[in-house]
Ligand binder design. Sequence first.
Ligand code: ATP
Ligand code: MG
Length: 215
Amino acid sequence: MTAEIAAPLKIALSKGRIFRDTLPLLRQAGVEPLDDPDTSRKLILATSHPLVKFVLIRATDVPTYVQWGAADLGVAGKDVLMEHGGEGLYEPLDLKIARCRMMVAGRPEADISARRLRIATKYVNSARAFFANRGQQVEVIKLYGSMELAPLVGLSEVIVDLVESGNTLRANGLVPLEHMHDISARLVINKASWKMKHASILALVGALREAVGDD
Ligand code: ATP
Ligand code: MG
């Protein structure tokens, strides 16, 4: 079903799996990019709908652009949204794409209940919240990538990371120790846009909901 969009809408997307997996859903809603982000250097893409533009943003920056209204809508992983906190955003739809699990992982002999457990992760807020909820004091070390390395060189006992197949963990002699959250990409909406452009956004959300197969 093509969405009846009558107001200009900017949709924040990140390159890579989010873009690739969101595209078929947006196409079903009647919106297609006119350029291929893999070959174009443009950061703002026109679409088949004259009022809709895609804004290409680093995955972790998507909630920030939407929160501040620089984009009306966006698609972000639940992992990214949990770290951001969700301020200024509505999260009306689970797109059920980019699915994986947030897990505690480490060497097979790691003791996840150890006192002052050291955790290396890019997901510091999620890690703190998870262990605080268990009533466990931990030290969280912020990393920006390649978390798997940390337990191998003694930076930390465990990591908190996203796991899809477990192949990267296995290749580095690590195992999943505890499941924290199921992760998937979510549609997020700026709260002011939701009020000001309500009919158009509602139409788009409805068309996307139908494309996801959620009712
Ligand atoms: P960058 O790679 O630019 O540092 P990023 O890792 O956040 O940023 P992507 O790798 O494109 O960007 O991941 C985007 C989103 O896809 C993540 O926020 C997460 O929700 C999801 N994701 C990440 N890794 C996986 C995975 N292995 N399997 C499934 N989904 C994943
Ligand atoms: Mg990545």
